[in-house]
Design a protein around this ligand. Structure first.
Ligand SMILES: [Fe+2]
Ligand SMILES: [Fe+2]
Length: 475
């Protein structure tokens, strides 16, 4: 079961050959996917041979194989974690019943919506990142970008498989629509806000992969608990791939900080303009990028009170992060949770039914996880002997979704006036000047072992290769 059949046109471990109708449907979708990749995938990359990992098994020991491949020829396929014959639903109203192998009629619309929303984020991020290869700070980083891009493509395959196998004609239409919406498109945008933002430079890319791919981790973890077993098994395997994306973000930001601190120590300055003049990114700009990506990403969890969230949980479609490790009754009826709202220009906590607050519960789990990595970034600054520390802003800062949407808020959680917001917002969020400065540093450095001036080399290479290994062959 865990071995992947690569003799098929579409690599898979789901016995695709035995389901002719599904196989035909997916084989019809495949050229559309390749056309999409050619049109809006990584720009100018068609002839590159990239040192990529490809999934060859879902066995946690040695599931991937590395080698130089053209991205277009990447073996995108369908890989589900092994099933467990007696798996039971472990939360919500169906707790204790057998997990579903097919979609129950009454949950069909909601499940489709959940799968489409998740699926839509996957090609969106590839579109958002498509120009970054032109300004890669090193061959090593270029390879990591491409690895993430092909795996987001595979995550799209994972969702399209579910749609095509379990949702009939609607599923086929949704699968096509996933290739038609486009990130940032005025007429046909991607579904969620953060996936229509630009990823214009590599600092934005590292922040995106640290924060926004981590949103992916939490959403996938919640879906990995689902009563709909094929969704649970698919998302479990996606999580294996996701870990690398967050690693790229965390280590990327960490290397930017390391280089900045080195320049600050060499010049004995904490003056932003002097750091910039030396070609490094000042810590203030890094903090503002962090504020932006953090606040945009926590909006992805949705409104703090949501009857959909309650329905998704009670009907077993979507659990909580690490549902199985929690020791409550897994029904949550009659329990409460604290959410924030503004009363008389003050943030106040209010108790609401927990079932309705499950978006907030997941957001708070995400926040805990995010803060840990910011602490590791601060260790880099601390080790360099510098006093500055990065902080995540208050969760009410710069929100566009839920009860806090549109409220003027400082990063430390004070409700402020429009006038104060206008006066300070360039200290809190990347200004046009910050973005122009970071853009001015983006030049293409792709000779093996060379790194742009604004980022430190990584501690080690990929798959135990050296840092100066030829990760991308250009001819
Ligand atoms: Fe993904
Ligand atoms: Fe990802």
């Amino acid at each position: 079961m865990s071995t992947i059949d690569y003799s098929d046109k579409i690599p898979n471990n789901v016995n695709l050959a035995e389901d002719r109708t599904l196989q035909r449907a997916l084989e019809q979708w495949q050229p559309n996917f390749i056309r999409w990749w050619d049109d809006v995938g990584p720009e100018g990359s068609t002839n590159y041979d990239v040192y990529l990992r490809t999934a060859v098994s879902v066995d946690p020991q040695g599931w991937a194989q590395f080698g130089h491949v053209k991205m277009r020829d990447y073996r995108w396929g369908i890989f589900l974690n092994p099933g467990q014959a007696d798996r039971e639903i472990h939360f919500g109203d169906h707790k204790g019943e057998k997990a579903w192998q097919d979609v129950p009629g009454e949950h069909r619309a909601n499940l489709r919506r959940i799968i489409v929303t998740q699926g839509d984020t996957e090609p969106a991020s590839v579109e958002q990142q498509r120009h970054l290869g032109l300004t890669a700070p090193s061959m090593y980083d270029l390879r990591n970008l491409f690895q993430i891009n092909v795996e987001e493509g595979r995550h799209l395959w994972a969702m399209v498989y579910l749609l095509q196998k379990h949702f009939g004609r609607d599923g086929r239409e949704e699968a096509n629509a996933l290739l038609e919406r486009q990130s940032g498109d005025a007429n046909n945008p991607r579904i969620l806000g953060a996936f229509n933002e630009k990823t214009p430079d590599w600092l934005a890319f590292f922040m995106f992969t640290y924060f926004t791919d981590r949103d992916g981790k939490f959403q996938l973890s919640a879906l990995a608990e689902s009563a709909f077993d094929p969704l649970a098994r698919t998302t479990k395997f996606m999580l294996t791939e996701e870990a690398h994306h967050m690693f790229v973000g965390e280590s990327g930001v960490s290397r930017v900080i390391a280089r900045t601190c080195q320049v600050m120590n060499e010049l004995k300055t904490d003056h932003a303009q002097k750091v910039r003049a030396a070609g490094a990114i000042d810590l203030g700009t890094i903090q503002r990028y962090l504020n932006f990506h953090y606040s945009v990403t926590i909006d992805l969890f949705g409104a703090d009170q949501s009857s959909n969230a309650a329905t998704f949980y009670s009907s077993g479609l979507k659990g909580r992060y690490e549902e199985g490790k929690r020791t409550d009754d897994h029904l949550l009826k009659g329990q409460t949770y604290k959410v924030l709202e503004v009363q008389n220009d003050q943030l106040v906590e209010k108790d609401v039914p927990m079932l309705n607050a499950l978006n907030e519960v997941l957001r708070d789990d995400f926040i805990k996880d995010s803060v840990a990595g910011v602490g590791r970034w601060n260790k880099v600054i601390e080790k360099a002997g510098l006093p500055t520390r990065l902080v995540v802003p208050h969760k009410a800062f710069n929100r566009q979704i839920g009860a806090l949407a549109g409220i003027r808020m400082s990063p430390d959680g004070r409700v402020i006036s429009d006038a104060e917001w206008d006066a300070k917002k360039d200290e809190w969020l990347p200004s046009a000047d910050d973005r122009a400065f970071v853009a001015s540093l983006m030049g293409r450095v792709v000779d093996a072992g060379q790194f742009a001036n604004w980022i430190a080399p990584p501690a080690m290479g990929i798959n135990r290769q050296s840092v100066d290994f030829e990760y991308v062959r250009f001819d």
